[in-house]
Design a protein around this ligand. Structure first.
Ligand code: UD1
Length: 421
């Protein structure tokens, strides 16, 4: 397995172009299975989660392949297999979207219980509640979820928790159901909207995505479509923080500034200069920054997937900062790794108290404990005194395309080496 070695204290400056959104791609790719036709999806990031999903589709008999750098062609005309076994979905949380897509197309699906990052219990009861309400019977046996319906019939579903996955999965299962489905207390994340837009481009009738009530009027037939995925909000935020922590001047290009508001608001509160352009955001950190309080929330709140990266930044800013994690029950495991580098973070349940101090981080051997925690370790390495070695790079590969090259171009001293080299 590879590892990253970073020699810190290099100021970052320049531009970085942001890829398509991981969390939109992993929903839109399975959504393409709803149609007995060909879909062309552009701006698909080359990341492990996407490769795994493409392999899973191939296993299901779908002809899915990259035809151009970031363009994926999905031809599901000959697919018949509705069973995605463990080997094909392990390590990939978003494999649960295969359930909604297969159920929506064939009224039947068998998918191994999803893997993915471990930050506490990751139930899918709201997905199952939605499928049940639409008329499907769902059973879990030997680690495999089986869903089957004679007919899917539209209904009203109130989500007990705001869940991105359940909202999207119910949309997938409902687009071809008989009648109208209403999802109340729906998630409003940009990738929910992007998936709805893709479904509509295939002929579906989904209204209200981006609000907390989504109305899906079932249609009999869908057709193939060409679609371009939105930019990745979290990848953009990660590079912005990487720039800021080094006192740099970094522009993230190919972003939708509106999607970044919760992140830019917090950076501005800390004293970062933020310049918004049409499809770019420039961050300049040339003054001492202030400590803050922040709480993760569903969109449009501060995204939990930016929480670890933000914690590193706050650890290197003088003063006490407090982070409340309100989405996942245990998403602070990575703080042990950061504390090994000299951060002073105390975790009490859903709360992290950070005694920030400029220049407190020093290079150490640390591991990526999950995808965004891995990104946080990279950011810590950029500002640490001396060399930082990061193991478990496979987690970072799940969500970042060309991270090393991008950071190098911005001026970082970072390299990827074989672990035993
Ligand atoms: C998605 C993102 C993930 C992000 C998360 C929250 C993808 C592939 N992953 O994950 O990166 O961190 O949104 O923004 O898009 N819950 C239940 N029952 C359910 C479903 C969820 O109780 O059936 C709870 C979860 O335990 C969690 C909260 O709801 O506390 C939010 O989860 P959810 O929005 O579903 O996250 P994911 O879709 O898995």
């Amino acid at each position: 397995m590879d590892q990253l070695i970073i020699n810190g204290k290099k100021r970052l400056s320049g531009d970085v172009s942001i890829n398509g959104a991981k969390n939109a791609a992993v929903a839109i790719i399975p959504a393409a299975l709803l149609v007995n036709d060909v879909c062309i999806i552009e701006n698909v990031p080359h990341i492990e989660d996407v490769s795994n999903l493409v392999t899973a589709l191939n296993y299901l008999g779908v002809d899915a392949k990259f035809v151009d750098n970031n363009t994926l062609r999905i031809d599901s005309r000959n697919m018949e297999n509705v069973c995605a076994d463990y080997d094909c979905v392990k390590g990939m949380r978003a494999s649960y979207y295969l359930l909604g897509a297969l159920l929506g197309r064939f009224n039947r699906a068998e998918v191994s219980f999803p893997g993915g990052c471990d930050f506490g219990t990751r139930p899918i009861d709201q997905h199952i509640k939605g499928f049940n309400s639409l008329g499907a019977e769902v059973n879990l046996e030997h680690g495999i979820i089986q869903a089957e319906a004679k007919e899917l019939v539209g209904t009203s579903i109130y989500l007990d928790v705001v869940s991105v996955g359940a909202t999207i999965n119910i949309m997938l299962a409902a687009v071809k159901a008989k009648g109208t489905t209403i999802i109340e207390n729906a998630a409003k994340e940009p990738h929910v909207v992007d998936t709805a837009n893709f479904l509509n481009s295939m002929g579906a009738n989904v209204k209200g995505a981006g609000t907390d009530v989504i109305k899906i009027t079932g249609v009999e037939e869908l057709h193939g479509a060409n679609y371009m995925i939105i930019p990745d909000q979290i990848e953009a935020g990660t590079y912005m923080i990487a720039g800021v922590i080094t006192g740099g001047d970094v522009t993230v290009k190919n972003v939708i500034p509106k999607h970044m508001e919760a992140i830019t608001a917090k950076l501005i509160e800390m004293g970062v200069k933020v310049e918004e352009q049409d499809e770019a955001i420039r961050v300049i950190a040339d003054e001492p920054l202030k400590s803050i309080r922040l709480k993760t929330l569903p969109y449009p709140g501060f995204p939990t997937d930016m929480q670890p990266q933000m914690a590193v930044l706050l650890a290197s800013v003088d003063g006490t900062s407090i982070i409340t994690e309100s989405v996942w029950e245990s998403r602070f495991q990575y703080t042990d790794q950061l504390n090994r580098m000299g951060a002073k973070i105390v975790v009490e349940g859903q709360l992290a108290v950070i005694e920030g101090e400029k220049e407190c981080l020093s290079g150490a051997k640390v591991k990526a404990t999950d995808l965004r925690a891995g990104a946080a370790m990279v950011i810590a390495g950029l500002i640490a005194e001396g060399a930082t070695t990061i193991t478990n790079v496979k987690y970072i590969d799940r969500g970042y395309e060309h991270m090393v090259e991008n950071l190098e171009r911005l001026g970082a001293d970072i390299k990827r080496v074989k672990q035993d080299a």
